[in-house]
Write a protein that binds this ligand. Structure first.
Ligand SMILES: [Zn+2]
Length: 312
């Protein structure tokens, strides 16, 4: 089967409800499944017994945050992604465009794992009053995360409109922190995730690269720079807020041979349409400084910590 067919099979409701492999839709192997937060990370950060809260309020230990997976995917492309990502966090910096791709896939993997878990909980319970709705926009996001992740199966060429890859990724070297300290925060609405392990902080948005259009180095042009921990957290929330304002997706023409995948973005496809009174496509809803300030004050406490820490 082709990679692009694995994706289609993996994201069906039936596959998710039946607990088949989260990345290929095949039979789950008898093993324990794939850890959404990888084992090397749980060990490095002493997170085995720490708790994570999912969107519907379910709380569980990180160690039990797992999704069904088959042996072939688990031992194949997924373990390669882990190995490569671990090496970058050990180095504490991104050296080139390939490192950007590695971490983009790795963070897409975490996002796909979480989205799969959340989606299954939703399908199982159908509790729409909780406000988590599997709608067309959500599925579009889910599909894009899968595409970014699953290009790790084969050599891939990307032809994208805004940057090298169909996502936005920024990284920062944090000056005032310890090696075993970390942040982990996700934004399922904005299709974004940020993680800091020791001194390396990375923010990823599965948005087709639209934020890169606004500036390849992100807010204040700081990607790749040294920043304080407090500055990093404010940058994360600015990027997350921007990701929630995204009002467009992309039209892709993808193709695949037995040897390679080709991902090609053809055009931006707006959700809403034109900016009122103009002939311009609306890519982002307008930035509202008051709304942004309200989000910041709700998510960062006086000391500049996420409140609660490491939320999802
Ligand atoms: Zn599989």
């Amino acid at each position: 089967m082709k990679t692009l067919e694995f994706i289609e099979r993996a994201i069906t409701e039936q596959n998710i409800v039946d607990g088949r492999c989260f990345v290929c839709g095949g039979e789950q192997s008898s093993g324990a499944g794939e850890h959404v937060m990888p084992k090397w990370l749980l060990t490095r950060l002493s997170l085995w017994s720490s708790m994570i809260t999912l969107l519907n309020g379910t709380t569980l230990p990180y160690s039990q945050l797992k999704v069904p997976c088959c042996e072939r995917c688990n031992n194949g492309f997924l373990s390669r992604i882990e190995r490569d990502a671990q090496a970058i966090f050990a180095a504490g910096e991104l050296k080139d465009a390939n490192d950007v791709l590695v971490l983009g896939r790795w963070l897409a993997k975490i996002l796909v794992g979480l989205l799969t878990k959340e989606t299954k909980l939703y399908f199982d319970r159908r509790d729409r009053s909780k406000g988590f709705i599997v709608d067309a926009k959500f599925l579009d996001n889910f599909h894009l995360c899968h595409m970014i992740l699953q290009t790790a199966r084969k050599p891939t060429t990307f032809s994208c409109l805004h940057s090298d890859y169909p996502f936005s990724l920024y990284w920062y070297a944090v000056e005032d922190t310890e090696d075993d300290d970390f942040d982990f925060i996700t934004d399922v609405v904005g299709n974004a995730v940020a993680i800091r392990i020791g001194r390396l902080g990375v923010v990823f948005v599965a948005d087709g690269g639209l934020q890169m259009e606004a500036g390849a180095k992100g807010p204040h042009g700081l990607s790749g720079s040294k920043v304080s921990l407090r500055a990093l957290r404010e940058l994360i929330l600015q990027i997350f807020y921007k990701s929630q304002l995204r009002d467009a997706t992309h039209f892709y023409v993808n193709s695949e041979t037995p040897e390679a995948i080709n991902i090609e973005q053809v055009r931006v496809s707006p959700f809403t349409g034109m900016i009122p009174g103009t002939a311009m496509t609306q890519i982002f809803r307008p930035w509202d400084s008051e709304e942004m300030a309200a989000i910041l004050s709700g998510m960062l406490d006086e000391a500049g910590n996420f409140s609660p820490p490491s939320r999802t």
